[in-house]
Design a protein around this ligand. Structure first.
Ligand code: GDP
Length: 322
């Protein structure tokens, strides 16, 4: 398997390509010159196929005949919807993942890299979290449907390896942000939501309302850095076990909010609504395994990446999801 996965020519199919991470991979491959000679890349989104449907999944695989797949497609939403519709998120994601993985297997795809999420980690755990701890106890009950569906990808990867010797693997990014994120107050994650809210407050001359105390700390990972590493994983990583992809350092939400205000030149009042939930105070993940593989990879400094995301949002205000 090892030498096969390095063999060129390679036809790489990226599912879920219109989202935050898919757009970042497109940028790395098509704009930064990350494409190798002998590689062809195909980017598909829900417009091209409903991957919940096995027939449509098969058809899109037959059209592109990939040798490798980066599987990003998932039914996702903000926490509110995730927790209201656990059943739907469980069923849709189980269908999407089974269709993609099994079609890949049937069509002899050499490598599949799927994207998990740090919200699948056990709710009650010790820190830092590492790759071996994913299944050690239930995920947070609020989004258990989504979390268990994502965990099943790891289980299914092991089964394809055990029964068929397939190199189907996964990565687990922490708090991803960047261009093409969801900047809505309702559905955005913290950085994109606060960028959207701050810019709106600047335009309207109002204050910004940040949820919670601002004290929780997160490992904010820039989508372009994640994309660069995921392309490496697709080419080089031989393990079935997941790989956590994250910056090392944690940043307090309050500090990130200050960087956003400065980047957007927002001079108004920032209000911390302490009646709203802080969520988990920390969710520290270890980058030890990543560093064993890529000791020299340089992440974009977080403040710089936040600033670049703010600049992108302002420059693309018309098309941004806000
Ligand atoms: P998490 O890392 O999985 O908890 O997800 P988020 O990216 O949504 O971050 C949630 C944390 O950011 C909590 O501590 C929230 O209180 C805080 N936060 C502050 N303002 C906002 C906001 O406007 N939107 C979101 N999603 N979180 C916010």
């Amino acid at each position: 398997m090892a030498s096969e996965s390095n063999a060129l020519p390679r036809r790489v199919l990226v599912t879920g390509a219109s989202g935050l991470i898919g757009k970042a991979i497109q940028h790395v491959v098509l704009t930064e010159g990350g494409k190798l000679d002998g590689e062809e890349w195909f980017f598909i989104s829900s417009k091209d196929a409903d991957l919940r449907d096995v027939g449509q999944t098969r058809a899109v695989f037959e059209k592109h005949r990939p040798t490798d797949v980066i599987h990003l497609a998932a039914r996702v939403a903000g926490l509110f919807f995730l927790s209201k519709e656990n059943l739907q998120f469980l069923r849709d994601n189980v269908k999407i993942d089974d269709n993609v993985l099994h079609t890949a297997h049937q069509m002899d795809v050499t490598k599949v890299v799927s994207c998990l999420s740090s919200c699948i980690f056990p709710d009650k755990t010790t820190y830092p979290i590492d790759e071996t701890m994913i299944h050690n106890g239930p995920p947070h009950e609020s989004n258990f449907g989504y979390a268990y569906a994502k965990r099943m990808i790891d289980i299914q990867n092991r089964a394809y390896f055990r029964q068929h010797g397939r190199c189907y693997t996964s990565v687990v990014p922490t708090n991803v942000f960047g261009p093409h994120d969801n900047f809505t107050a309702e559905n955005g994650h913290v950085l994109s939501a606060v960028i959207g809210k701050t810019y709106k407050a600047k335009l309207e001359g109002t204050q910004v309302n940040v949820c919670g105390t601002g004290n929780p700390r997160r490992q904010f990972t820039y989508s372009l850095d994640l994309a660069r590493i995921m392309v490496w994983v697709m080419r080089e990583y031989k393990e079935i076990d997941p790989l956590i992809i994250s910056v090392e350092e944690e940043m307090a939400i309050k500090e990130a909010v200050e960087v956003i205000a400065e980047s957007l030149d927002f001079k108004g009042n920032i209000h911390y609504d302490t009646t709203m939930s802080d969520g988990q105070i920390r969710k520290t993940a270890t980058t030890a395994k990543l560093r064993r593989y890529l000791p020299d990879f340089t992440f974009t400094p977080v403040k710089e990446a936040i600033k670049m995301t703010c600049d992108w949002f302002v420059a693309n205000y018309d098309i941004a999801n806000k």
